[in-house]
Design a protein around this ligand. Structure first.
Ligand SMILES: NC(=O)c1ccc[n+]([C@@H]2O[C@H](COP(=O)([O-])OP(=O)(O)OC[C@H]3O[C@@H](n4cnc5c(N)ncnc54)[C@H](OP(=O)(O)O)[C@@H]3O)[C@@H](O)[C@H]2O)c1
Length: 304
């Protein structure tokens, strides 16, 4: 039987959440370097997606999540990052379109220059770094082709399960080592919980929606404020912690390229499309879950 959807990059942070949302039935997922049961091996730089696309129903969504995803890595090696983030992405999007499938491309809130905030989908873009310029190039390609597609612009996605490499996990690891934690208070974003993100993807696809959507969480806040929310819930677990240092983003000398400061997303289009009953978790709710997972060693906390 032909499959209902394909997730290219299903072994990653967001891909795993979408896999959990849809379940294995009717879903094909790919992995690159991780050994993941039930996922197909696919190398976006060297493999052809067409044989996998033949296993899909006409009109099935193909969710593209692969790429070089760390902002400064893209700047460190522009040619390498372009090869995967732009050239391979466009090549496989073209294959998906030829197979009469619907590409779903995951982009970023950093396509904006961060001077205004509360960005709507129609606002002028102005990326400050290479990673976001590459995302925008693929967005513009999809727009120029004109076929049915989705572009989902995401803020930082967070998780209550502390997956490796995620924001809360990084903070909790630093708390365990009693390290100094510095947080920018002038960089504003609209973080969303990963399960909510997957629910939004599911609902947008179910409703047959197309075009560009901002998928942000319900509040705009700085990293420093988000850290304070986390400490409010888990601070007791780390009695020897050092006081967090609030700073401006420009004091992070280690970053290679500028970052937009206020990337808060206006998600009215998403709300209108999904209806008022669609509620997203507040960051306080996520921090409550983290506290409970931490105490009972759920999710990745058991292995920390
Ligand atoms: N996470 C966020 O907060 C966030 C925010 C905005 C936008 N995004 C975008 O959302 C997408 C997914 O993000 P993520 O956080 O889930 O990233 P991730 O955890 O790094 O996952 C990336 C996925 O791509 C696969 N991959 C890497 N190189 C590949 C290659 N050469 N060929 C085929 N597959 C390859 C990885 O496979 P293996 O793991 O098996 O190597 C993994 O499944 C990315 O495009 C990212 O830029 C993420």
């Amino acid at each position: 039987m032909l499959a209902d959807r394909l997730i290219v990059g299903a072994s990653g942070f967001l891909g795993s959440a979408i896999m959990r949302k849809f379940g294995p039935k009717g879903t094909i997922g790919t992995t690159y370097s991780k050994v993941s049961e039930g996922l197909l091996k696919f190398d976006a730089l060297n493999d052809d997606l067409r044989p996998i696309l033949r296993e899909l129903k006409v009109g099935a969504p193909v969710i593209f999540l692969f790429g070089m995803t760390k902002i400064d890595d893209c700047a460190r090696d522009i040619n390498k990052s372009r090869r995967i983030n732009v050239e391979a992405a466009i090549r496989h999007i073209d294959s998906a379109l030829s197979a009469k499938c619907k590409p779903v491309f995951i982009s970023t809130d950093a396509v904006f220059d961060g001077r205004k905030g509360d960005y709507q989908e129609t606002d002028e873009t102005g990326p400050l770094h290479q990673y976001a310029r590459q995302k925008l190039e693929v967005e513009e390609y999809l727009e120029s082709v004109g076929a049915s597609h989705l572009v989902l612009r995401l803020p930082k996605v967070v998780s209550a399960l502390a997956e490796k490499g995620t924001l809360f996990r990084g903070w909790i690891e630093a708390l365990e080592r009693s390290e100094e934690i510095r947080c920018a208070e002038d960089q504003i974003f609209s973080p969303i919980e990963v399960g909510d993100f997957a629910e939004c993807v599911g609902a947008l696809l179910e409703n047959g929606l197309t075009g560009t959507f901002h998928i942000g969480g319900p509040e705009n806040l700085s990293r420093a404020d988000l850290y304070d929310q986390l400490i409010e819930k888990i601070g007791n677990e780390f009695p020897n912690r050092r006081t967090m240092v609030r700073c401006n983003f420009e004091e992070f000398y280690e970053v290679i390229e500028d970052r937009p400061l206020n990337c808060s997303l206006n998600c009215d289009r998403l709300k209108l499309a999904l209806g008022d009953h669609f509620r997203l978790k507040s960051m306080r709710d996520v921090c409550v879950e983290i506290a409970s997972n931490l105490r009972s060693k759920n999710g990745c906390f058991g292995s920390m």
